[in-house]
Design a protein around this ligand. Structure first.
Ligand code: ADE
Ligand code: ZN
Length: 328
């Protein structure tokens, strides 16, 4: 069997970052918004480095204005994921973009997305759960508002709280109030760390936010004692190799530390991050990793089981995901 055909679990996907460029162009045309600077001459997203990527991301997101827009986005994202064999996905959703941090508005966006997700599960078999994320470069006050939205809607669909954005701004601990609020609402926690920040950023994430998963975390490879800690505490890394290569964290899949992390006993999983931005898909990630490291069906099955175990969903949902993985 081709590894790319396996059923897959994805834990790290930004909802707007998964918007197909044609979908964003269509919405821009409908709303008469000029976002031509967002695209390159081939019609894909154009950016020159990480900070520029974040601003292009926000410009593309600016066409998504209403709950119905987010319902359409959810449908488009899940169709693409299902076409890539993804059976369970956790998507990062930001109240900053969905109602500006207002709880009542957020609930409207959320129910529109949930309805679209429900239809996609019925029609395509793919299961979606939401992880509310704050945006680091929007600052701790906005993060508190996002955490409030998350806490008010925590349950079997909003299952986690996390943080993305510019790792170069401030410290993980600046956001501890928001993460504490989310933890008290029984949400599971993750944060981006060790992508552009070094191992110290991952240490801060574990120490100051007490997260059980880390988005990326790949630069932990630079610190042997940290690797030992990740293994001892069973922290799971949401690794997005194609994203790291396009954003210049590593020059190639061959140079990527995912295999070294896995061989050291760290729980690693595979995700796409913002697939159309990085010209990737889950199928492509599997193919590139197989080419780089020779991983076979057994390796990818093991990686998917690791991901299913680290998913933030309830155990009844996890059992359903495990069944979907056993189909091969
Ligand atoms: N937001 C969307 N993609 C991101 C990434 N790779 N790192 C940090 N924030 C993000
Ligand atoms: Zn990310």
């Amino acid at each position: 069997m081709n590894v790319a055909d396996l059923p897959k679990v994805e834990l790290h996907l930004h909802h707007e970052g998964a918007a197909p460029p044609d979908f964003v162009r269509q919405l821009a045309a409908e709303k008469k918004v000029d976002i031509s600077k967002v695209f390159n001459s081939e019609g894909g997203y154009a950016f020159k480095d990480f900070v520029h990527f974040l601003s292009v991301y926000e410009a593309a997101t600016s066409v998504l204005k209403t709950p119905e827009d987010y319902a359409r986005l959810t449908r488009a994202v899940l169709e693409e994921s299902a076409a890539n064999g993804v059976v369970y996905t956790e998507s990062f959703i930001s109240p900053d973009f969905c109602g500006g941090g207002d709880v009542a508005a957020w609930k409207e966006y959320l129910s529109a997305m949930q309805e679209a997700a429900h239809e996609a599960e019925r029609d395509l078999g793919i299961i979606l759960r939401g992880v509310v994320t704050c945006v680091r470069h929007f600052g701790p006050e906005k993060a508190k508002a996002s955490a409030r939205c998350a806490a008010e809607t925590a349950g079997d669909w909003i299952v986690g709280f996390g943080m993305g954005g510019d790792e170069g701004q401030g410290h993980q601990g600046d956001f501890s109030y928001a993460f504490d609020m989310a933890r008290e609402a029984r949400l599971r926690l993750t944060t981006h760390a060790g992508e552009f920040g070094g191992p110290e950023s991952v240490r801060e994430a574990i120490r100051d936010l007490n997260v059980e998963r880390v988005g990326h975390g790949v630069r932990s490879i630079e610190d042997a004692a940290l690797i030992e800690e990740l293994v001892a505490r069973q922290i799971t890394l949401e690794v997005c190799p194609g994203s790291n290569v396009v954003l210049g964290v590593y020059p190639s899949f061959e140079a990527h530390p995912i295999k070294r992390l896995r061989d050291a006993g760290v729980n690693v999983t595979i995700s796409t991050d913002d697939p159309p931005f990085f010209a990737t898909t889950m199928r492509r990630e599997y193919e590139m990793l197989q080419q780089a490291f020779g991983w076979d069906v057994e390796d990818f099955t093991d990686l998917n089981i690791t991901a299913a175990k680290a998913a933030f969903c309830d155990d009844a949902t996890r059992d359903r995901v495990m069944k979907k993985l056993e189909l091969t």
